[in-house]
Design a protein around this ligand. Structure first.
Ligand SMILES: [Ca+2]
Length: 573
């Protein structure tokens, strides 16, 4: 047999990796790709403050930042220009001063691309415009040469959550900040480099993933690539489901056990973590792994075949039931009822669905899972539900709010709040996303990822969305949008997972070269990882375990030989 050149071997293995749920991809550029961006050098920085004019925009500072002043993953960041400013300064109907504050970081050595960094949570902070990627980021959009913008989405941290009572601030947070910032940012890039961006990308995780998904539905002409992490695309429903979970867990909490809470009358609330302790969560994880770990061919502490696991694992039968007092090794009947209902999806007392089911997975004993279910469900989500997503806005008592009465307030509007919480937060058409067909037709691409053990936004909700997209596009989704579940990962990072990855580079390759992403390398962050160590890695994992991230519905399956800590021992099938 003729000896193959190493490059041919790599090409062949890439083909093989791709030959799973979708037909093998032809190598090299394809007709569907858009012209690749070409770079340029920064022409102006300090002068931008005086020179750049755009409607409703003021530039406060524009200063050069030398290479190495900032680092990412232990590596010096490139020399760039930092521009700070704001758009639409105004006096709100509540008498407060509002603006959409932003910063842009414009690399000296620009790759010709624009990246809109969607931030998380309730926004309100201009996080550094680095476009950080994955857990313990080793790289980001700025490091890769993109011009990056970051904003507070129209309100300050101090205005969080009172901005929810100000109608325009609500709209800016929901979708209008990105609508206003995008054309301005492209003009600022033109002023800095002498040409606008050839290709534009938008990405983020959590609410940032929602921003990107909303942009796909509302601003399809403005962005060529969408990097959508843990998208809270039904954020008001997800937040209400958190209240539901808190109300379910509260009666299971140890009597007298309380936790600090700034909003509670006595400054303390029931300690929900005592309702489903770390030890009990570990018991459930052991049972899930017992049933599901080997479904992908390897007992390695990761459940790659997420879908098969949902059919296999039975909470009632597979987790020991307590015969006496709870001791961590079993669940009481009441606990099983609540946890089973939680994973089946929150419902009102009369059976109306509030939010999606959650998939059983190996990461639900991790710290971030507990923080969302036991702390944020009382401290953060009630504020968002009451102040930002309800019409009319009002105070919510997390443990006593009537969820059946609350649900309609998320879709209500009135003279003052002309768009409901759902309307302003949710990507239009998400129930049947046929409105994304033009985006596909013009060659744009979407890459989604989601930690399967995410406790706030359900990976199952994301899976259902990509299935709906596939139906809406007549089964033609794989050449336009791909979803990468990350087993074990909690909300955007963390948990027993390979959570360190760069999906932006593969997205650019897809958009500009026509090479669809598959088998994207992901790494665990063990001892010595320059992006920061993930303390929740199981002790029997190597510090540098790697896995391929596989496009749904393909699954990373063990080839039957090779080391368990090596991505090369797994194939997307
Ligand atoms: Ca496994």
């Amino acid at each position: 047999m003729k000896r193959m050149h190493p490059a041919q071997l790599i090409a062949l293995s890439a083909l093989w990796l791709c030959a799973c749920s979708t037909p093998p991809e032809a190598p090299g550029p394809r007709a569907s790709s858009l012209p690749a961006a070409t770079g340029a050098a920064l022409q102006a920085c300090a002068a931008l403050k005086a020179r750049f004019t755009y409607t409703q925009t003021s530039i406060d500072t524009s200063v050069p930042v030398a290479a190495g002043i900032l680092t990412q993953g232990g590596k010096p960041l490139t020399a760039h220009c930092l521009v700070k400013g704001s758009m639409h300064q105004r006096k709100g109907s509540d008498g407060r001063d509002y603006a959409i504050a932003f910063e842009m970081r414009l690399p000296q050595d620009w790759n010709g691309r624009f990246y809109y960094q969607g931030n998380g949570g309730l926004d309100g902070n201009v996080h550094p415009a680095l476009g950080a990627l994955g857990g313990g980021p080793l790289t980001g959009a700025l490091a890769q040469g993109f011009a990056v913008i970051s904003s507070d989405a129209g309100h300050t941290g101090a205005q969080t959550v009172v901005f929810g009572a100000e109608p325009q601030a609500r709209l800016d947070y929901g979708y209008q900040a990105v609508t206003k910032l995008t054309p301005m940012a492209k003009e600022l890039i033109r002023a800095a480099y002498g040409k606008g961006p050839d290709r534009s990308y938008i990405g983020g995780c959590s609410n940032g993933g929602r921003h990107a998904m909303v942009a796909a539905a509302r601003l399809g002409g403005q962005y060529d690539g969408y990097l959508i992490g843990a998208p809270g695309y039904r954020l008001p429903h997800a937040a209400l489901a958190q209240l539901w979970a808190a109300q379910q867990f509260a009666p299971l909490a140890t009597p007298g056990a309380t936790a600090p809470h700034p909003l509670a009358p006595q400054g303390r609330i029931p300690d929900l973590a005592s309702a489903f302790t770390t030890q009990e969560r570990q018991t459930v994880v052991r049972a899930i792994l017992e049933q599901c770990d080997a479904l992908d061919g390897a007992r390695d502490g990761l459940v790659q075949d997420v879908q098969a696991c949902q059919g296999r694992f039975q909470l009632q039968a597979d987790v020991p039931s307590c015969s006496g007092a709870r001791d961590g090794s079993c669940l009481s009947a009441a606990q099983k009822q609540v946890i089973g209902a939680l994973f089946s999806g929150a419902r009102t007392a009369n059976g109306q669905a509030i939010y999606a089911p959650f998939p059983y997975d190996s990461g639900l004993a991790a710290a971030n899972w507990g923080t969302w279910k036991f702390v944020n469900s009382l401290a953060l989500d009630p504020l968002a539900v009451g102040a930002v997503f309800s019409v009319p806005p009002g105070r919510v008592d997390p443990l006593r709010d009537d969820l059946g009465a609350r649900l309609p307030l998320l879709s209500a509007s009135n003279e003052t709040y002309r768009e409901s919480g759902l309307a302003l937060m949710t990507p239009p058409g998400h129930e049947h996303p046929a409105n994304l067909a033009p985006l596909r037709a013009r060659g744009a691409k979407m890459v989604l990822y989601h930690g399967v053990s995410d406790a706030i936004f359900s990976a199952e909700d994301t899976r259902q969305w990509i299935d709906r997209l596939d139906r809406a596009l007549g089964g033609q989704t794989a050449d336009f949008a791909r979803y990468f579940p990350v087993p074990g990962m909690n909300h955007c990072s963390g948990g027993p997972a390979t959570d360190q990855f760069d999906l932006l580079g593969p997205l650019v390759q897809w958009v500009e070269q026509g090479v669809p992403p598959q088998g994207v390398p992901a790494a665990a962050r063990g001892a010595g990882n320059p992006g920061g160590v993930n303390a929740e890695l199981p002790p029997d994992w190597s510090a540098s375990r790697t896995r391929p991230l596989c496009a749904y519905p393909s699954v990373a399956r063990y080839k039957g030989q090779g080391p368990l800590d090596d991505a090369g021992s797994f194939a997307c099938q």
